[in-house]
Design a protein around this ligand. Sequence first.
Ligand SMILES: Cc1cc2nc3c(=O)[nH]c(=O)nc-3n(C[C@H](O)[C@H](O)[C@H](O)COP(=O)(O)O)c2cc1C
Length: 435
Amino acid sequence: MNLAGKKILLGVSGGIAVYKSCELLRLLQKKGAEVRVCMTDAATEFVAPLTFASLSKCPVYLKNGAVEARPFQHIDFPRWADLYLVVPATANVIGKFACGIADDPVSLCFMSCTCPRVIAPAMNVAMYNSPAVKRNLEILRGFENTTVLESPAGELACGEVGQGRLMEPAEIAKYLETRDEKPALSLSKGRETKGEKVQCEPPAISVAVDIPPTQDASLPGFGKKVLLTAGRTEEAIDPVRYISNRSSGKTAVALASVFYANGFEVEVVAGPMEAEFPKGVRVTKIRSARDMHDAVLERMKNASVLVHCAAVADYRPKVAATEKIKDSRSQLILELEPNPNILRDSVAQKRDDQVIVGFALETDHFEEHAAEKLAKSGADALLLNAPVATDSGFGRDCVRFALVETGKPVPQLAMGEKVDLAETILNFCLERLNG
Ligand SMILES: Cc1cc2nc3c(=O)[nH]c(=O)nc-3n(C[C@H](O)[C@H](O)[C@H](O)COP(=O)(O)O)c2cc1C
């Protein structure tokens, strides 16, 4: 959707992220959109309506506003709009939207608008994961012309870590720009169509289907969980460019399949990748190294085994531009800063009954580098692998690898299929788990 000339109604409800909707308003205006605002009473406690009125250059629709002068704001505001955007959407208004309650400007506009509606939830992780919010979001996803944006995981304003952050304003704007134009709701027929489930670009976090693991108690992994990282990470330079690598995710898929077949419950934190996981594997999608870091640390408590298979970017741009960097034909210098070390930080939280395996991709001095990395990381073992040969490594089924264990000499690299690599790791982990 080209935002130039678009009329956007911004519904603001009362969460800590209200200040970010001021930033979003400015961004939308910069892209040429005209923005008007309606607010719940709770929202006005976080940011004064005067701020939104000043930025939008239009009176804000409030519950206790000048009703006599403008009695039909609950109809006029949404009818004016090409798009209704609720940012942030609290658990409370989400519940109202889902249940048909319309007793404040934001929920009234939701009910009476006929244009497409986009909702960006933001709340504490426990609220986000509560059965009521999950159910209400699912109901909204089923509404015609209604889009629920993902809430990324990460550090929340309350200090806790988990899913429930507001999608960044730049990403919301980018999503709006890339979404297809949707027709307005049909008022006359009240058609039932399936709601749109957004795969926003870049996606924040989305949790895939949760299928119970095998119930076969004779399998060696029965009752145990493995947490895998998979794929590559992408580190934003600007809204359309990033730093990444060539990992395809095939090794992680081999690992997931082998562990699952041996009775383990398999959970994966996956960056972008081409290979697909088998059914029964629980996948949480992330994009950046920092998101992967947070997602892994949050999930590792219940895992018996952690295998860090993802190709994580060691560095990220110090500043990610919110607008596309223009071509000025002059030299561009990107300043990079280190990403958190996921392997090291997970080892720091490791319990004695957990096994952690890292990955080391080397292109030279294999044994030396792997031994050094293993010692530094404190992991139980490192899977040393080499991508240099033309018939092995990234995107291929074969790989040269060796499992380097603490206190043992580094074995020679040997060519094998990725499934062999996965079985080598599985056998090592089972040996360790069984004492
Ligand atoms: C400091 C503070 C921060 C809050 N942040 C959130 C939040 O991020 N998301 C949320 O759903 N509720 C949050 N709440 C709770 C809502 O403000 C509360 O449910 C309120 O009734 C929402 O009203 P509204 O949905 O009409 O705006 C917060 C409350 C306080 C006091």
